[in-house]
Design a binder for this molecule. Structure first.
Ligand code: FEO
Length: 405
């Protein structure tokens, strides 16, 4: 791959992390993820954001820099918007190759550069409103956007081109190859990034949704012509699309979910499984879309993404040793961590010698501001009456969601 010109003196260079690895060590990326960096050349040269030493990302970046006759040693500044190791994991090697480079980050970023990399020399802190003049008309300005994704995070704006280098904000899963800009994508590719930006958001950013809304307000005064995140495509034709999308994602936490239902189920011997289809039929009888996920067979990443956007959630799980079936309990824990709030919820499931899952479920979810329908539990095999109630509860939940629209 070659560096891609974005504007006069400004280039995108990026590395692709292939499928098979997990992002943050826990989220599947079957279609990979890109780690994007950006070159801004005035009289001085800056590299914005960096990479981890992961899947030969440094080699990929160096190859693309070579395509514009540049090397690591040519940079005067390294702008670090965010310190999660996917963006700084290669920093120690970078400064060995280029010991004169000036690292620019936020005050909290300075502490993290020291903590992660042991680097204290040639590191300077900037705050919101500070600028860095690179010469030849290239001026970088910085805005702190704490907690999107970590407390030290900032964005960098280049005023001549109107490009916002937003790091994690407005990012997505998915490798990026020759097609870098939104206006070059087919409809199918747009749909892909639509799905994968939501999954990325739900997995990585969701917990910090209040901060996302604050950051969007804070950036409203900038004349943004292009958004260049550190994961995913560059938004050149219509950067407002990804901003509005992120605003919608953030507001899902406030209960503005889509009129859809996500059903997450797990079963030990099939007694809960047999009732799943009755609930699904009930939901579909009201023409409400339903996304079905089975755990532990599937990683919670996809269920989290669908639940994040859905107004309703159904959990199907049996009792296991007086408590929730552990794989579903794990999903509930993730939902609590990620603040999957303000949902309408129904739970069903079987038990053997004793119940207990429902009590455990209610205790573990009491902080999530969920509105619960009457649960359905049965001992052993579900009878016709249980299937009938399952259908009716599915339909009732669907009607509640349609009514709330
Ligand atoms: Fe792409 Fe929060 O790191």
């Amino acid at each position: 791959m070659k560096a891609v010109k974005m504007s006069e003196g400004i280039y995108r260079v990026g590395a692709n992390i292939k499928n098979g690895d997990m992002f943050e060590g826990m989220w599947p990326i079957p279609d990979g993820v890109s780690l994007n960096c950006y070159v801004v050349s005035g009289e001085k040269k800056a590299l914005i954001d960096m990479v981890d030493d992961w899947n030969n990302a440094p080699g990929q970046i160096r190859e693309q820099l070579n395509s514009i006759s540049m090397g690591i040693e040519d940079f005067d500044y390294l702008i670090l918007n965010h310190m999660e190791p996917d963006h700084i994991g290669w920093l120690q090697e970078f400064v060995v190759i280029n010991p004169k480079v000036q690292i620019v980050t936020t005050p909290k970023g300075v502490d993290l550069v020291k903590a992660f990399c042991g680097i204290t020399e040639n590191v300077s802190a900037v705050k919101s409103g500070d600028t860095l003049d690179l010469g030849n008309g290239k001026v970088l300005s910085f805005t702190e956007i704490p907690n999107v994704h970590w407390p030290e995070t900032m964005v960098t704006y280049e005023s001549e081109s109107g490009i916002l280098f937003s790091c994690d904000a407005f990012g997505s899963y998915g490798e990026v190859h020759e097609i870098v800009f939104d206006d070059e994508l087919s409809q199918e590719q747009h749909d892909f990034y639509d799905r994968e930006s939501l999954r990325y958001y739900a997995n990585i950013i969701a917990t910090f949704s209040l901060f996302v809304l604050k950051a969007i307000d804070k950036l409203a005064g900038l004349d943004i012509k292009m958004i260049a995140p550190s994961h995913g495509i560059v938004w050149r034709e219509n950067p407002g699309v990804i901003v509005e999308r992120y605003k919608q994602y953030a507001n899902f936490m406030n209960g503005k979910g889509l009129p859809e239902i996500t059903l997450i189920w797990g079963s030990m011997y099939g007694y809960t499984e047999k009732v799943v289809s009755s609930v699904v039929k009930g939901i579909r009888s009201e023409s409400v879309p339903v996304h079905v996920h089975r755990v532990p067979e599937e990683n919670a990443s996809w269920a989290l993404a669908d639940a994040w956007k859905s107004a309703g959630i159904v959990f199907g799980m049996p009792t296991y040793e007086y408590k929730m079936f552990p794989p579903i309990a794990g999903v509930v824990d993730v939902f609590e961590d990620k603040r999957v709030w303000n949902k309408k919820v129904f739970r069903f499931g079987s038990f053997g010698w004793s119940g207990g899952a429902q009590k455990d479920f209610m205790e573990k979810t009491k902080k999530l501001k969920w509105e619960h329908l009457e649960p359905l539990e049965w001992q052993g095999e579900a009878d016709d009456e249980a299937h009938k109630i399952a259908f009716e509860r599915g339909a009732e939940l669907a009607r509640m969601i349609k009514k709330a629209e």
